[in-house]
Each structure stands twice: as structure tokens, then as C-alpha cells.
Ligand binder design. Structure first.
Ligand SMILES: [Zn+2]
Ligand SMILES: [Zn+2]
Length: 364
């Protein structure tokens, strides 16, 4: 991450852009002041990779074992640098200031709130925000198409972890033990029924248990089992209900089978909500750059989450999607063979730079 941040900072400096390093730990901020005074717009791209061993074989695969860009954030860095270069080359036409935010830790490490806490919006008096995601997140977008949403585009997320605490023993003498593996199986089944039985059918909500650890051999009943999962939703009331019921169901099931439990929640992301008026402005920029046939009003929001929502909670703006692959045949995001259609990168850079360049003219 430090090397990536330094690479980005050096390129920006090379193009005559003022740079702040170490914002929110390893974030980099480029500040481009136009010739004419005007409002400040923030362009944000995320930079982080994922703990996945890359299985692609092309000649630019990850050089680091167990780490790869499986979400396309390397493409985001390219888009952000492209936008910076375009804006730097046409500085004389820029009215106001463009603040380029290169953010670490989007994949659950709280990079956005850390950069906000470090003053990136306040210090530069940011009035609007634009960012986007490349790839195959929406089945509605072909490669090179821009996806737009006037309201909520992505879900809120809360991560939780639980321990089912039993009593270890011999696998052949379960009567002397309290088996946390059998109890965990029951807990997971019951948790899934919260979605189908307690959430209204037209209310989007997802529950996934992504980790379960327990036991060391076929004939040993372990002391405890660790579970970790995620819930996704749009309305805060749904999140609150799910969290309360997750713990109640865990507590009740554990009590029935004489086990103990722990339940904790981690940092949550709010839903990602676009500003309708700024989004209208952005859609006009997108039509101009990509052509009307390549700009899609998305019918469905996504259940994935994105910490750009923290920025959009503070300043109006928009978060768009840019199709970079065929959603029907591509490997999904976070897969060891995830890959991008690089031929759309120019459009990503142009959308970010074009929005910043036209922003002043929108302000009355
Ligand atoms: Zn991701
Ligand atoms: Zn991502």
C-alpha cells in the first residue's frame, strides 16, 4: 500500500499537482487549483487489493503472493491518474479546485472515514463528490456502459462475529460434552430464516456467513466455534431488527443446548445514496462523453456496499458504475480470476475529469 501511495503521489507531483501524503494513514490527496476561482469538487478513487491468490495468467498479474486486485481498484487508480493528468493539462480551463482523493482500505478497513476524520473534505471546502466502480457489478451494464442511479445505489453493511461456546470432549462420548459444531449448524439455519420469515418480501436484505472455524480432528468435540458474517440492507430499521434478532436467536439456541455465546458487531457502512440533482448533471456529462446509448439508468440497486457512502453522507454527489467486461461470462468481483476490460479505462478517466471541469458552470 505504501508503494502504491508513493507511486500515485510521485506521478501527481510530476504533473505539477500539489500533494498531501499520509491522509487517513496511507491516503494521497492531489489538489489542482484552476486559474479562475470557484467551488471545490472531490474525485475519489480507491486503491486497495484483496487477500486472494491470483489465478490469472496474463503478463501483469500480481507480484505479491496471496494478494491481488480482484475488485478492479487498480483500474480505479488508473482512472484517477488519467483524470489528474487530463485536468493538469487543461488547468487554464479549470474553474475552482479539483481535489483528487486516492483512498486506501475500501474493503472493510474504514479508509473513507479515516480520510474524512483527517479533514480531507473540511480542509478543501469540498462542495461535491464524484466516484465510480469499474467491472461487472451490475448485470444491466455491458462493457463501456455507464450506470446511473438517482437514489440509493448500494446497500448498508454491518459485519458481525459470534462464538458458540460449548464443552470439548471425545467424539465418541458426546453425552459428556456440549458440541458447539452441532449448535452452530442450528444457529446458521435459524439465522437464514430471519431473512425469509421476518423481513418483508419486498425489502432487500442479505445475510451471509462467510467464515466458520472450529475443531481440529474427526474424533474431538471442540470447545468452541467461531462464526463471522455480514448483513446488507437499505433501511436502518432493517439493520437494527436483523442485528437484534441475530443475537436473540443465537442466545436462545445456545441456551436450549446448554452452550454459552459471544456476539459482537464491527464497523458498519451506511447505504450509498446519490444526490438526484448532482446525478442529473453527471448524467448529462456522461451522455456527452459516452453517447446516449451507453448511459443506462439502473433499474436495480446492488446489495454490495462501498465506503464512498461516508463521503456522500457529507457532500452531495454521485457514484456511478462503468461496465468493464461481460457480466454473463466474466468471473465475478473478488474471484481469483477476476479481470477487467481495460479498453474502457479512458472513459472512466474522462468521466471523472469531465465532471470536475464542467462543475463550475453548474453552480449558479
Ligand atoms: Zn470489492
Ligand atoms: Zn470494489
Amino acid at each position: 500500500m505504501e508503494e502504491t501511495a508513493e507511486f500515485v503521489a510521485s506521478r501527481l507531483e510530476e504533473w505539477g499537482i500539489e500533494v498531501e501524503r499520509g491522509v487517513g494513514k496511507t491516503g494521497v490527496v492531489g489538489i489542482l487549483r484552476g486559474q479562475v476561482p470557484g467551488p471545490t469538487i472531490a474525485i475519489r478513487v480507491d486503491m486497495d487489493a484483496l487477500p486472494i491468490q491470483e489465478e490469472n495468467t496474463h503478463d501483469f498479474v500480481s507480484m505479491y503472493p496471496g494478494k491481488m486486485h480482484a475488485c478492479g481498484h487498480d483500474g480505479h487508480i488508473a482512472m484517477g491518474l488519467g483524470a489528474a493528468k487530463l485536468l493538469a493539462q487543461a488547468r487554464q480551463d479549470l474553474a475552482g479546485t479539483a481535489v483528487l482523493i486516492f483512498q486506501p482500505g475500501e474493503e472493510g478497513q474504514g479508509g473513507a472515514p479515516a480520510m474524512i476524520a483527517d479533514g480531507v473534505l473540511r480542509r478543501h471546502k469540498v462542495k461535491a463528490f464524484v466516484a465510480g466502480h469499474l467491472g461487472v457489478l451490475s448485470p444491466e451494464l455491458a462493457s463501456g456502459q455507464v450506470g446511473i442511479s438517482f437514489r440509493s445505489l448500494m446497500a448498508a453493511v454491518t459485519t458481525f462475529q459470534a462464538r458458540v461456546i460449548g464443552k470439548g470432549g471425545h467424539g465418541a462420548q458426546p453425552q459428556d460434552a456440549i458440541d458447539p459444531i452441532v449448535i452452530s449448524a442450528e444457529v446458521i439455519g435459524a439465522w437464514q430464516r430471519l431473512i425469509s420469515r421476518e423481513i418483508p418480501p419486498l425489502e432487500p436484505a442479505v445475510l451471509t456467513i462467510g467464515q466458520i472455524h472450529g475443531g481440529s480432528s474427526h474424533n474431538i468435540i471442540p470447545n468452541e466455534v467461531f462464526l463471522q458474517g455480514t448483513i446488507r440492507y437499505f433501511r436502518p430499521a432493517v439493520g437494527k431488527l436483523l442485528l437484534a434478532r441475530l443475537e436473540e436467536v443465537l442466545a436462545g439456541t445456545c441456551r436450549s443446548w446448554k452452550a454459552g455465546y459471544r456476539f459482537e458487531t464491527d464497523q458498519a457502512y451506511p447505504p450509498l445514496v446519490n444526490d438526484p440533482s448532482f446525478t442529473q448533471f453527471f448524467s448529462e456529462v456522461a451522455v456527452e462523453l459516452a453517447g446516449r446509448q451507453n448511459v443506462q439508468m439502473l433499474e436495480f440497486p446492488l446489495m454490495v456496499s462501498e465506503d464512498a457512502s461516508f463521503f456522500l453522507d457529507k457532500v452531495p454527489g454521485t457514484y456511478f458504475l462503468l461496465g468493464a467486461g461481460d457480466p454473463a461470462t466474466s468471473y465475478p468481483h473478488h474471484h481469483p480470476r477476476f479481470d477487467l476490460d481495460e479498453s474502457v479505462l479512458w472513459l472512466g478517466a474522462a468521466l471523472l475529469a469531465g465532471t470536475a471541469r464542467r462543475f463550475k458552470s453548474r453552480e449558479k
